[in-house]
Design a protein around this ligand. Structure first.
Ligand code: MG
Length: 239
């Protein structure tokens, strides 16, 4: 009797498992601390700015120093040549120490997804400002869950999972986009629904693939001199 129960259980188990099985997951070399996964598209690997332009298509005016790109106030926003929709994005940044400035005037940049939605980059280490304008905020929409900022001058990271709004064949949005962010490995945005494009966005269509755009937070009177540094930028398109 026990044997029959055992055989029946084994058969049920394996039939169930086989019914649930599918193709094997694709193998990806996960890379390491400073190398991208094997299926990622490298947008900046420390060598050159060949994947970046200004917003009007000219050569990016940042410089490459010690494996990082350095973007100074006035050099303008830069955009990736590659465009994407849903993607996993990794980017590292170092914000300068600007003790004489406060709030939004300290080291300030932004990672625009699809050219439209700004994930704020700001020195938020002991630098209070409005919550949904602090580091790892979806600017103007969602404050981060926690403030996981490192002190200025240290390297920090974003790991982002981005799904743009879904559109039907007529170009109407039928589902809002979503965003998840790990800031320095700590969950800062948990699958939030994107409400609208960030004012001042690059103007790309909501249903179109778009670039990553890195913000030059200047162009207003009294803009402080800021040198933002970025490195190890890669994306894994999820479409
Ligand atoms: Mg910004």
């Amino acid at each position: 009797m026990l044997l029959r129960i055992f055989v029946f259980s084994l058969a049920s188990c394996c039939a169930w498992a086989q019914g649930k099985d599918g193709p094997q997951p694709r193998v990806v070399d996960p890379g390491g601390a400073s190398t991208a996964p094997s299926d990622a598209v490298a947008l900046f690997d420390g060598r050159d700015l060949s994947h970046w332009t200004t917003t009007n298509g000219g050569p990016a005016r940042c410089t490459v120093e010690a494996g990082a790109m350095a973007c100074k106030t006035g050099s303008g926003d830069i955009v990736s040549k590659e465009k994407f929709k849903a993607a996993q994005i990794h980017i590292e940044f170092s914000i300068p120490d600007m003790p004489d400035q406060h709030g939004q005037l300290r080291g300030n940049s932004g990672v625009f997804l699809q050219g439209r939605y700004e994930v704020q980059v700001l020195d938020s280490f002991r630098n209070p400002t409005y919550a949904n304008g602090s580091c790892a905020a979806l600017y103007g929409q969602y404050a981060p869950l926690v403030n996981a900022s490192r002190s200025p001058g240290q390297w920090q990271s974003y790991d982002i999972v981005f799904h743009p709004p879904a559109c039907d064949a007529s170009g109407a949005v039928i589902r809002k986009g979503t965003l998840t962010i790990l800031h320095n490995g700590v969950l800062a945005q948990d699958h939030v629904e994107i409400q609208h494009a960030t004012p001042g966005d690059g103007g790309g269509g909501v249903c179109e693939a778009g670039p990553i755009r890195l913000q030059d937070h200047s162009g207003f009177p009294g803009a402080p001199v800021t040198v933002m540094r970025f490195r190890n930028i890669w994306i894994r398109p999820l479409d």
